[in-house]
Design a protein around this ligand. Sequence first.
Ligand code: 9WN
Length: 421
Amino acid sequence: MRGNTDETRDRAASVLESNRRDGYTIPSATLYPFQWNWDSAFVAVGLARTDPEAAKREIRTLLDSQWRNGMVPQIAFWSDAGGYFPGPEEWGISADRTGGTVRTSGITQPPMVVPAARHAYDLTGDEAFRDAVLPALRDHCEWWRTERSDDGELVWVRHPWATGMDDSPAWRAPLERFDPGDVEYVREDRKDENFAAQRPTDWDYDRYVALVRQGRALDWDEERLRRESPFVVEDVLTNALYVRACESLSALFADAGDDEAAAEWDAQATATRRALRERRWDDELGLYVSYDLVSDEPLSVPSVAGLLPTLAGAPDDHQRERLRETLSEFLAYDYAAPSYVGPDVDYDRYWRGPVWQNVNWLLERGLRRVGFDEEAARVREDSVSLIRSAGFREYFNPETGAGRGSDRFSWSAALYLDWTA
Ligand code: 9WN
């Protein structure tokens, strides 16, 4: 893969350098001027190849934003940069909840930080880093299990932003079910006309903002939010990454000589993996689906998230063969893999069709884990070629390969560095 890629690698490294702030990397200078949770984790994966010290620092800074209860927030507002809505005032999180180090949002994102920390450790062998981050990583996995799970197996989230796939068609049913009322706010994310057609609609934003305001009105009381929030969802992507997080935590504990903790987190990974296999499989669609805990029904939608339990080693033999068929639908495009393949697909709009590099990176690993090596190689080749032809864009049209969203996007640059290492 290396050959002629050096120039693109240099450009990738310079994107990350220009997006770097004090100990962390912002996702994009034009759209997202703070530290984002799973963005930083993907950035660390790439940096581990080129600048391991910066990779470890990225993870440690993210963990510095951890709440007292173990949640790692979606956004850490380390600076007072403008240009993004909603900012810290809108979230209204009090310092006694966060620990007071930094202002944050009131939700989390998929727990990619744990596999990223393991990746950084595996590449550096830095035991001091491992021992420094282990307690925070354990608290985070523990928080998911105790605060964010009804059954100790599958975990739930209470905002579409927490899934990382904000306007996925999978969230339409739960969002349709509630009336956001008259919410007033000013969006800052649509920089021009083109952008507006590539971003979530106002219909979606009204509901995102209403959910934030409900959280603030209930002073972010988890128990009340679990009972009263109209959006409580067991997301398949979050659960797949939770299995990976528990596996990574177990491996780090084993490496540190703590066999008891290693066994405990391995058992947790096994329980969540089994629950995905037995309870979240949709045989008709031929993939795994998320679950709406408010209406008590599956969200049967052909989202790429439904392929990602491969990453958790979830499929049994039957599911694996069905997945092979489903996969052919996702690979029937010039560029793999679209984020959604339903009839109302929109190839230019955010999580309703475009290809995302972070999803491809996870998907490639998932496909390898279940032995679909050819398909995994295809996902990797398409990812690399999209970047070479369209640049480090935020997302891409799967039919034309055109870049969409913001440019000089950090995880696209970082994952390119990992892909071509
Ligand atoms: C809200 C930063 C984030 C990503 C998400 C992506 C998008 C934010 C937004 O950008 O969401 O978190 O304002 O649109 O959907 O996955 O982490 O890159």
